[in-house]
Design a protein around this ligand. Structure first.
Ligand SMILES: CC(C)CCC[C@@H](C)[C@H]1CC[C@H]2[C@@H]3CC=C4C[C@@H](O[C@@H]5O[C@H](CO)[C@@H](O)[C@H](O)[C@H]5O)CC[C@]4(C)[C@H]3CC[C@]12C
Length: 841
């Protein structure tokens, strides 16, 4: 029972006001944190970025895909988000506030809407004895409400996709537990798409007399932006009855010209539970009318009919209330829900209309909120059963530390709250629309996209590019393990972009060169940004010309085989095979000296996009060899002898070159340039081995990197980058000099990347360094979730002191590769000796 007992380590937070806790004032990366030499080195970039930023924000009045000049300020307030995958998300804070909104796909508003609250009313013998907003706030609006609940009496626990808040009601001998549930269910492609959240309120009455309990849920019509005041919004009560269950509440129609939506607050009626409502009140006023209404009899007035549309400048809110009698020393349950319905969406360009995935099951006309509410309130028990079945074996495994269980499930928030969008393919859509002019020739493209839709999530809430592929490489473990069809669908989308091109020219910010947006036969950096038209126009990223990046093509090949290995989907493999061959042909051009190993180009030509690499490198060279090995394996599976022979020869040559150029007796050098930092110890030097191991391609005939070298490299990383950094308590720094001094040659070599650390930990576990793996990963979890208070916004990176970069980031989903490694080990482990009399397995 994760919600019981004292504040647990699994992200438990005491809901006290912020000023009673001590916070370390960490800051987003700013100009002041960059050494002068680094700024001078990047003067061209800074200037070009500024010009581009100015044009974007001041002239075009759009969001830049990365806003280096105004980072999102750190607020240590977030808890578990609400909503399924790709229908938008609403995040609640750990103190119960509704504070992070992503209804327009990929666009975030960080506003706490003060009217969005739960309020409890207790009545004994027909008299109200206690009425309290369950919030520690004391706002200037709604002054007639009883605010300032003492946070000392509340406890918060989150285990995504659920969260629990326990409220002791001082002096009342009543305990309320609000259980928040979102439909995020592995291998479920229907309910997991629903934009709903359910709040189940369990009431424990410790008194010797009965008590009547009411929970009122109030909500503003909007998300706390200026749009709420634009006028024309209106509310309407509803009741929805189906299969003998009635759900009642209020729909709040939010009528904007682009992406209009409605919200619905509701409760389930059942024997002994009464549901009442207040259709419209002014959330900027005193709130007296609602407060007095509830105070009078523990219920709301429930007028019939809709509210008048708001005038310009006016804001409107609504409330729903569920009440029941709880017997002395007894228990009661009230079930409330929040649903939101924005079925038809436009991205920034407004060129194409997209229908969200859930419109396959619910109306796409903007009138689905009542049906969604009913569905959520009648299905959540089933969802919870499935969530428990999935999580239980991990939670009950006493070998696994509690922090890991929290990290594993809670990091999954990003799959929904990563600006995620999941849309249907239009029914009238033809092959050409999806394949682009080049015609991808993928037999399963349309069937897969028709059946499972299109999925995209941002690189980060601050780095607004969809499906950033060099980063998704790390995060993809969560998708392939939990929603494999979404990973397959995403891969089809990438495959289509590979064969297509975008001939438009543009200037790149880092080097200042002008080049085509997208070349044929290379993997794009991303599939576009929410401010434009994702899928249609790829490569929103314009810092580098990523046609020259060394990792993207390889990461495609590695994922194709990994996906095939885990799903055994042969049609997928067959379809992807020509695409793999095409991108490997492009990649072969980077082996300029024909030694079987690609060379980096003397700029930051891979995911570490501000860390220069020259010549052969541990990271890209290792990924290359792993990809070549997987090409051999795929050729073998598909019976393609010629390709098999071609890549086997390259592999033999490349392995020898890799060892000769990079192995230094203890670990693989960062690169072969012979520069001062080329002996830097890179934490990610075994990335290729990580993927090989995940696919059981790391021994026997398929051994690419000698086992003893891998073990030695990982031990060196553990000793230097983990134990030798921040006292061994903050994970692994990206680069460390063999002397034990951090590699400060670039802004990124001295950072810790959380997602890379989880991947490193997985590699350690795969190689039998289990304790080291857990120690390494624990440092990141404790730093992010405990020390820095960055729950549900894990950043891409942090430094040893003071600064972090890019909150709420995709890469940390790589923690699921730790889980894969653990499951593999468990499956391989010899069965425990049979006890006398016990049956043998
Ligand atoms: C105006 C600034 C505050 C001061 C200027 C200092 C600059 C010279 C550099 C200091 C920090 C650099 C940036 C660090 C990170 C960046 C992110 C990157 O995009 C994505 O990053 C991922 C790595 O974290 C990568 O794997 C993804 O593929 C990328 O999509 C873009 C470059 C940069 C903004 C980088 C630029 C130079 C500095 C601002």
């Amino acid at each position: 029972q994760p919600h019981k007992g004292p504040m647990a380590k699994d992200t438990g937070q005491r809901a006290e006001p912020r000023d009673t806790l001590q916070y370390v004032p960490w800051q987003p990366y700013g100009a002041a944190d960059v050494p002068l030499a680094e700024v001078l080195r990047h003067l061209g970039l800074c200037w070009r970025y500024f010009l581009w930023w100015y044009k974007k924000t001041r002239q075009e009045k759009k969001y830049p895909f990365i806003d280096l000049l105004s980072a999102v300020p750190l607020q240590q307030i977030y808890g578990c988000p609400l909503g399924g995958i790709g229908g938008g998300t609403i995040t609640r804070g750990w103190r119960g506030e509704f504070c992070r909104w992503q209804l327009n796909p990929g666009i975030y508003h960080y506003e706490t809407v003060i009217a969005d609250q739960f309020t409890v009313c207790l009545r004994r013998k027909g008299l109200t004895v206690y009425q309290q907003v369950l919030s520690v706030e004391r706002p200037r609006t709604l002054q007639d409400w009883n605010w300032g609940y003492c946070g000392h009496y509340a406890f918060y626990h989150a285990l995504y996709p659920r969260a629990w808040t326990v409220y002791e009601l001082p002096g009342q001998n009543v305990v309320l537990t609000c259980r928040q549930v979102s439909p995020v269910i592995p291998h479920d492609y229907q309910d997991s798409s629903l934009p709903v959240g359910v709040f189940i309120w369990e009431v424990e009455n410790g008194n010797d007399e009965d008590v009547e309990v009411s929970i009122m849920f109030s909500l503003q019509n909007g998300t706390g932006t200026k749009e709420d005041k634009r006028g024309g919004h209106w509310n309407e009560p509803f009741a929805f009855e189906k299969e003998g269950t009635r759900v009642a509440g209020v729909v709040l129609h939010h009528c904007t010209p682009v992406n209009p939506f409605s919200l619905a607050i509701s409760a389930r009626e059942k024997a002994g539970t009464r549901v009442s409502h207040f259709t419209a009140f002014n959330p900027t006023g005193s709130g007296k009318e609602v407060w007095q209404d509830l105070l009078q009899d523990g219920q709301l007035d429930s007028p019939a009919g809709e509210s008048a549309p708001t005038e310009k400048g006016e804001v409107v809110a609504a409330a729903v209330c569920a009440s029941c009698a709880v017997p002395a020393r007894g228990h009661g349950t009230l079930e409330l829900a929040l649903a939101w319905d924005m079925p038809r969406v436009h991205f920034g360009s407004k060129e194409k209309l997209h229908l969200r995935r859930y419109t396959r099951y619910f109306s796409s006309e903007g009138d689905a909120a009542p049906a969604l509410s009913h569905y959520a309130l009648t299905r959540y028990e089933e969802w919870e059963k499935k969530i428990e079945e999935w999580q239980k074996p991990i939670l009950e495994n006493s070998q696994l530390p509690p922090w890991y269980k929290s990290a594993l499930f809670n990091e999954l928030y990003f799959l929904t709250d990563g600006g995620t969008i999941w849309v249907e393919l239009p029914p009238d859509c033809c092959a050409e629309d999806v394949q682009g002019p080049a015609g991808a020739g993928l037999s399963q493209l349309l069937p897969v996209l028709r059946e499972y839709g299109r999925f995209a999530y941002l690189e980060g809430q601050e780095y607004r590019m969809y499906n950033t592929y060099d980063v998704h490489f790390y995060a993809s473990f969560a998708l392939i393990m939990l929603w494999p069809k979404l990973q397959i669908s995403l891969q089809y989308d990438i495959a289509v972009t590979v064969v297509n091109e975008d001939v438009q020219l543009r200037q790149y910010l880092m080097g200042g060169e002008t080049a085509q947006v997208k070349l044929k036969n290379v993997v794009p950096h991303d599939i576009g940004e929410p401010g434009d038209e994702p899928w249609q126009r790829v490569n929103a990223y314009l810092v580098h010309d990523t046609a020259n990046w060394k990792d993207l093509n390889l990461k495609f090949v590695l994922q194709v085989y990994r996906d095939y290995y885990l799903t055994q989907d042969s049609l997928y493999l067959q379809d992807m095979w020509p695409v793999c061959q095409a991108v490997m042909e492009s990649e072969l051009k980077f082996d300029k000296d024909n030694d079987g190993l690609i060379e980096n180009g003397g700029f930051a030509d891979q995911t570490y996009d501000a860390w220069v690499v020259t010549g052969a490198s541990a990271y890209c060279g290792g990924l290359w060899l792993a990809a070549v090995c997987m090409m051999c394996k795929m050729a073998e599976v598909l019976g393609d002898r010629e390709t098999m022979q071609k890549y086997s020869a390259i592999l033999q040559k490349g392995k020898e070159s890799f060892e000769r150029l990079l192995w230094n007796g203890k670990y693989y050098n960062y690169d072969s340039s012979g520069n001062v930092t080329s002996r830097s110890i890179m934490s990610d030097q075994c990335a290729g081995q990580w993927f090989l191991g995940a696919c059981d391609l790391d021994q026997g005939q398929f051994e690419v990197f000698p086992k003893s070298h891998v073990a030695s490299a990982l031990r060196t990383v553990f000793e230097k980058n983990v134990l030798g950094f921040a006292g061994g308590t903050m994970g692994a720094v990206n680069g460390m000099m063999p002397t034990g001094a951090a590699d400060t040659s670039s802004v990124q070599s001295k950072e810790v990347w959380v997602g890379v650390v989880y991947a490193l930990a997985a590699t350690m576990i795969q190689e039998g360094l289990v304790e080291e793996g857990f120690h390494t990963a624990e440092g990141c979890y404790r730093t992010v979730w405990e020390k820095l208070g960055m729950a549900f916004q894990t950043p891409e990176a942090y430094c040893e002191k003071k600064v972090y970069r890019s909150l709420a980031y995709m890469r940390p989903l790589s923690i699921w590769s730790m889980q894969l490694a653990l499951e593999r080990r468990a499956a391989r482990a010899p069965a425990p000796p049979a006890q006398a009399g016990a049956p043998r397995p």
